[in-house]
Design a protein around this ligand. Structure first.
Ligand code: CTP
Length: 399
């Protein structure tokens, strides 16, 4: 998502300035053109040569005087600026529009929503009323202030003031780089992953779902400005940042977590592979083996999507998934009607590159009005197309 973007990394004087090297390297690897600006204080913590080699561009250190035309052009051309680390001094310079060198010069000339500031300083300096007022002033003008992490600080004090991990800084940059916030104000509940239906304290029935499709939908919706709750069965993939994650195990837990949130939601997207059956009884102690075979009676779980379809809140869009090996479209269309939902995203388990555990998917989006055959896409792209269709004006009219 950051590929092809020009990102200015502004580095100021903090012990965490060394992390700017990793940040620069990560952004370059993501395909960005990275331009580094440093304050004189930053140059006492990390060499401009390091950042020059990593960014593959000349690094400007210190005063803006004499370089105004170059810096003006950069402010104009850049898609984003991330000031990381932002020392208490640099935060004050930005808040009061003090021209204290190249970092504050460029930051003051960029559109505010495109400037991210990651404060890093001693906990007492961070909590100081003047610093807090400066940070509030930046946020009130639309600059994105990234909350610092907490923990043991370099000086030995404990508390907030650490520069967040480079992973987290990159996630903030990705979110800010998506300019289209067409889902802002929307509340979306997404379910993902498998469920586990316990037989006894050590065994359970489950399925091959990895959660990737649901996680991609949650992330794309978040990047487009939605307020997202991800109800997730047990998976091995990291939770997307800026999304509320509710962890569940069984179909019954998922039913509770999804239905209790559905009436407040603008959309519920059931991407989870919910078990259709669970053991009729759950043994409190481990089932011991005996001679001969064992049969396990199973009972139906409640169908969450069908329940949502039968208890609709006007205005809540409902989307389900369908995984079939045979008669994909026919079975999926029947599911749309049977479950009373607005859209079914159908995928065939027979198609290579689609379904469980793959990074790609080929979906057919089925609504009452139409059928959209998507090509094989990354799960992120497929998630984006699904959201386009679910929030299209045509669907809103019938929802
Ligand atoms: N679903 C659900 N609650 C269940 C089972 C499924 O909400 N107890 C949802 C899934 O999250 C998915 C859709 O229903 O969105 C899948 O429907 P389902 O009838 O289970 O179809 P498949 O599993 O695809 O196929 P089959 O009908 O063959 O079971």
């Amino acid at each position: 998502m950051l590929s092809g973007k020009t990102i200015v990394v502004g580095v100021s004087g903090s012990i965490s300035a060394y992390k700017a090297a990793d940040l620069t390297s990560r952004l370059v690897k993501l395909g960005c053109d990275v331009r580094v600006l440093m304050t004189d204080a930053a140059a006492r913590f990390i060499s401009d040569l390091t950042l020059e080699v990593l960014s593959r561009h000349h690094v400007v250190v210190g005063a803006a005087t004499g370089r105004e035309s170059v810096l003006d052009a950069l402010a104009c051309e850049a898609d984003l600026m991330i000031v990381a680390p932002a020392s208490a001094n640099t935060v004050a310079h930005l808040a009061h529009a003090v021209d204290a060198g190249c970092v504050s010069y460029v930051a003051s000339r960029m559109e505010r929503a495109r400037v991210l500031v990651a404060p890093a300083m001693n906990v007492h300096m961070y909590r100081n009323a003047a610093t807090q007022a400066n940070l509030d002033a930046l946020a009130s003008r639309g600059i994105v202030v990234i909350p610092p992490a907490s923990g043991m600080l370099a000086c030995g004090d404990e508390g907030e003031g650490k520069l967040p991990s480079v992973d987290e800084l990159v996630d903030w940059a990705v979110r800010a780089s998506v300019r289209v916030k067409d889902l802002a104000g929307m509340r979306i509940v997404v379910s993902a992953g498998p469920t586990r239906e316990a037989l006894d304290p050590v065994r359970f029935l489950t399925n091959r779902s990895t959660g990737r499709m649901g996680y991609a939908i949650a992330r794309q919706a978040m990047l487009r400005g939605a307020d997202v709750t991800l109800v997730s069965g047990p998976v091995d993939i990291p939770a997307p940042r800026f999304v509320e994650v509710v962890g569940v195990e069984s179909a019954a837990d998922m039913f509770e977590a999804v239905t209790s949130r559905a009436s407040e939601a603008d959309a519920v997207i059931m991407a989870a592979a919910v078990a259709d059956y669970r053991p009729a009884t759950r043994s409190a102690s481990k089932i011991k083996k005996k001679d001969g075979d064992l049969s396990l009676p199973l009972e139906r779980t409640q169908d969450i999507l069908a329940w949502l379809g039968a208890h609709r809140t006007p205005g809540t869009r409902l989307c389900g998934f369908s995984m079939e090996t045979d008669d994909v479209l026919e079975n999926s269309r029947a599911k749309l009607v049977r479950k009373g939902v607005d859209m079914i995203a159908a995928n065939s388990l027979r198609e290579t590159g689609a379904g469980f555990g793959t990074p790609t998917n080929r979906l057919t989006l089925i609504t009452a009005q139409r059928e959209i055959d998507l090509p094989m896409l990354s799960k992120d792209e497929a998630a984006g197309r699904l959201l386009d269709e679910l929030f299209s004006p045509e669907l809103a009219a019938t929802g």
